[in-house]
Design a protein around this ligand. Structure first.
Ligand code: HEC
Length: 205
């Protein structure tokens, strides 16, 4: 009997190893893993809801006739956690008696830290596009043509009462819209406290 000889050389094993590596690589790419060389959506065999029909921020919508993805609340309704602010922009006189003073306690170190960090967080989420991070105006939308708001650290705004600041945040002032139905009352007061804190820094060039 002729003895069987193993004539598979090094080349054969190398090629097999390369093929297995390539096959594994292709499976990985196709299986929907984002890879280091591409940020585009890969072919997904099972897409695990990665790519879904949803509204993305700042993008128009083909679902509504007017093309806007953000919707206004239905007339005469308020959001689940919101409340309707009863005063209109010019009602400063009524604000004095209705609004009162800041109910949040910032006299102890821990409540003060909490209130101010919450105020900072809300201010940076809602107000910075116009008033900027330092409250001095020239926010990002101003560069795109929106009217530059007054410097919140200026004496003029500093001289206004807490009730008036709360009223302006809630009802708006001239071309600034109100946030009464968008930011909860306590958060509006936290913003007032944070604005007061920024005002201590004075106007800086
Ligand atoms: C879309 C831009 C915009 C956003 C967002 C905005 N504001 Fe204003 N704000 C303005 C403009 C413009 C004025 C000046 C209105 C006027 O002509 O009286 C103003 C005025 C004010 C004033 C009155 C200043 C003064 O002394 O007359 C306060 C206080 C104020 N904003 C606070 C806030 C706070 C707090 C927020 C976030 C909750 C906010 N604003 C969000 C544009 C904006």
């Amino acid at each position: 009997m002729e003895q069987q000889t193993n004539n598979r050389g090094f080349g054969f094993y190398l090629k097999t190893a390369i093929l297995i590596f390539l096959a594994g690589f292709i499976v990985l790419v196709l299986s929907g893993n984002y890879t280091w060389f591409s940020k585009t959506t890969p072919v997904m065999v099972i897409n695990d809801m990665d790519d879904q029909f949803k509204v993305k921020p700042q993008v128009s919508s083909s679902f509504f006739n007017d093309g806007r993805s953000g919707r206004n609340p239905v007339e005469h309704t308020v959001s689940r956690n919101g409340s309707a602010y009863p005063l209109d922009k010019p009602d400063f006189d009524k604000a004095d008696s209705l609004v009162g003073s800041n109910p949040l306690d910032i006299t102890t170190a821990s409540t003060r830290e909490y209130v101010l960090s919450r105020g900072k967080n809300r201010f940076e989420a809602f107000c910075t596009p116009c008033h900027n991070y330092d409250g001095q105006g020239n926010g990002s939308v101003v560069a795109r043509g929106f009217q530059n708001p007054p410097n919140l650290r200026d004496e003029v705004t500093k001289a206004k009462s807490d009730a008036h600041l709360y009223h302006i945040i809630s009802a708006g002032q001239n071309i600034m819209n109100g946030y009464g139905d968008k930011i909860q009352s306590n958060d509006r007061w936290a913003i007032v406290a944070y604005v007061r804190e920024m005002q201590k820094l004075g106007v800086k060039p």
